[in-house]
Write a protein that binds this ligand. Sequence first.
Ligand SMILES: [Mg+2]
Length: 251
Amino acid sequence: MNKPLLPEPPPLDLDRSALFLDYDGTLVGIAPTPAEARADDELRDLLRDLLVRLNGAVAIISGRRVADIDHFLAPLRLTVAGLHGLELRRHDGSLVQCAAADDSLERVRAAFRSFVARNPGTLLEDKRLTVALHYRLAPSAAEEAAVLAARLAEESGGTLRLQQGKMVVELLPAGRDKGRAIEDLLALPEFAGRDPVFVGDDVTDEAGFLVVNRRGGISVRVGAADHPTEARRCLADIGALRRWLHASLAR
Ligand SMILES: [Mg+2]
């Protein structure tokens, strides 16, 4: 596979940047199951330092629930866009947005549940506002899972959209994505007027890269791209991202 030759990002300008970070596959390795992704102490300290030095302009942009990210980072609390932007919560605890549960997800829940019963190793993750089907431990189920998810999205008549990720398909209410989450956060006082920097690793992060590029910010992909990417900068892996952040703090 041809790897795009993207340059590394310049050091982060702590006085002018707003930093947006994906979580899984970007800040921590992808765990075998979604529940096993706790932050280590070094990461927690690093994020705490960034929160202080960026004057609050740092946020996690994740497909997970805000409550899950809080749990992984505890006792640290950051601004988090969860569920691809369906939830937004600031680091001071105030809630910016929380979408209502969508009845059309009931059919998805039932269909995924019966899929999991037929395909050992697959896993249903019910995040209330979205429903995900993981097949990391059952890769042979990938195609059937993708076909099922695409059919469910189509049958929703536009109320739900399909989000593909690494070894996961997810159905969520249409209209929100990581790019819109970043735009909403940039309207808050602690982020406004700063240049957005977004770091991510997966297909779900592409919407965020587009928004950041449009606003003249810096889009950074972690790892070699296994899909076409809009990111204009690249860091080789999670370790390289952490070194880049540490180096930016040390300047
Ligand atoms: Mg990721």
